[in-house]
Design a protein around this ligand. Structure first.
Ligand SMILES: [Zn+2]
Length: 317
C-alpha cells in the first residue's frame, strides 16, 4: 500500500533560535504517538503547526498518509531535549496503531533511510526522556525496523508476517525444545504464553510432535529375535559372506549367534569344515564311535552318514 505524501503544511516550531534552518544532523529516528485515541490526523497536524507553539515533529503519520511539517534537516521540537532535537528525526504516529498505520510508518522510515543514505536506528521517545510515549509502538520497534528494511530493500508489498516483540531472538526449534523442557507450561497457559511472546503455538506444537516421534523411534527400535533373523538370512534378506556379517553387525545384531541359529535350523554344525575324506579317516580311527551311535554323531554334526560311510568303505576296500 502506498501513501499520500503531504508537504503543504509547515510548522514554525523548530530551530534554535526559532526558525533557524539546517541544524539537524540526524543519527536516529524517535518514534512518538499522539497520545489520546480518537484525535484526527489533520487535528494533530494543525496543532503541531500552530503559530507560537512549543512542540512539533518532522512527520505526522496515519495509515496511507504522511505529512512532513518540518524538514529532515531542521530541528523539530519533539524529543524534549536540545541535543536530541538536533540529532534525530521525530515521527508522530496514530495511537490506534492499525496494521495500516504500522505499514505506513515503516514505509516512511525506509524513505528517511534513503534520504539520509543509511539506516538510522529507531528509538522510542521514552528512551530519550521519561514519558509513556510512544505507548503501544514501543514494543513494536523491532517489528517496525524489520518492516522498514523490507521496504528499504525495494519491496513494494507489505510482508505478511512480521516478528513481534522488541527482543525476540529465538527460532521455533529453540522454543519447541523449551516447550519440551517444560518452560512454557501446558494447555491453554502454554498457548497463551507463546502467543503473547509472538510465537505461533500451532507451528511450535508441530515441531514438538516431530521431535517426539523421532525420539520414539530412537528409544524403541524394533528388535528381531535371533530366530526371525536366521529365517531372514535363509530367505536371502541379508546377503551372503562378509556382506551378511557386516549388515547384521551394522544393524546391531550378533552375527555369530544368528549364524549359529541358521546352522541349527539347517541341521549344519558350525564346525563343519572337514572334508568327507577327513571324516572318513576319523571314523576309521574310531573317533565317531560305531553302529547307530556313529550314525547319530555324524548326523548331529551335520554330515551325511551314508556319504561318510561310502567313503569309509572305499578307503577300506
Ligand atoms: Zn513523544
Amino acid at each position: 500500500m502506498s501513501y499520500e505524501y503531504i508537504t503543504k503544511y509547515d510548522s514554525p516550531n523548530f530551530g534554535y533560535p526559532r526558525g533557524t534552518r539546517g541544524q539537524n544532523k540526524p543519527k536516529k529516528i524517535v518514534i512518538h504517538y499522539w497520545g489520546v485515541t480518537g484525535q484526527s490526523f489533520w487535528g494533530v497536524v494543525n496543532y503541531l503547526c500552530r503559530n507560537g507553539g512549543n512542540t512539533s515533529a518532522n512527520y505526522v503519520v496515519e495509515s496511507g498518509r504522511v505529512a512532513c511539517i518540518v524538514n529532515q534537516s531542521d530541528a523539530a521540537w519533539h524529543s524534549g531535549t536540545y541535543y536530541d532535537n538536533i540529532s534525530s528525526i521525530g515521527i508522530e504516529c496514530r495511537p490506534e496503531m492499525s496494521k495500516g498505520d504500522i505499514d505506513t510508518v515503516a514505509q516512511l522510515i525506509a524513505r528517511i533511510w534513503k534520504d539520509q543514505g543509511k539506516k538510522l536506528p529507531l528509538v522510542g521517545h521514552k528512551d530519550v526522556v521519561a514519558t509513556s510515549c510512544p505507548g503501544p509502538y514501543y514494543p513494536k520497534l523491532d517489528e517496525l525496523y524489520k518492516l522498514a528494511e523490507h521496504y528499504y530493500n525495494g519491496a513494494k508489498k507489505p510482508i505478511n508476517k512480521v516478528v513481534q516483540g522488541r527482543s525476540k531472538g529465538k527460532d521455533n526449534l529453540t522454543i519447541a525444545k523449551e516447550v519440551l523442557a517444560g518452560k512454557w507450561g501446558n494447555g491453554e497457559d502454554r498457548i497463551n504464553g507463546l502467543k503473547k511472546a509472538g510465537y505461533n503455538p500451532n507451528k511450535i506444537q508441530d515441531i514438538v510432535n516431530k521431535i517426539c516421534s523421532v525420539n520414539e523411534v530412537v528409544e524403541k527400535p524394533k528388535v528381531k529375535s535371533v530366530t526371525e533373523l536366521a529365517k531372514e538370512v535363509l530367505s536371502g534378506n541379508w546377503g551372503t559372506g562378509t556382506g551378511r556379517k557386516r549388515r547384521l553387525t551394522d544393524a546391531g545384531y550378533d552375527y555369530n549367534k544368528v549364524q549359529a541359529e541358521v546352522n541349527r535350523i539347517c541341521g549344519v554344525s558350525s564346525t563343519q569344515v572337514k572334508s568327507i575324506d577327513a571324516i572318513a579317516s576319523e571314523v576309521i580311527a574310531g573317533k565317531w564311535g560305531n553302529g547307530s551311535e556313529r550314525k547319530s554323531n555324524l548326523e548331529k554334526a551335520g554330515y551325511s552318514y551314508s556319504k561318510v560311510q561310502a567313503k569309509v568303505n572305499e578307503l577300506l576296500s
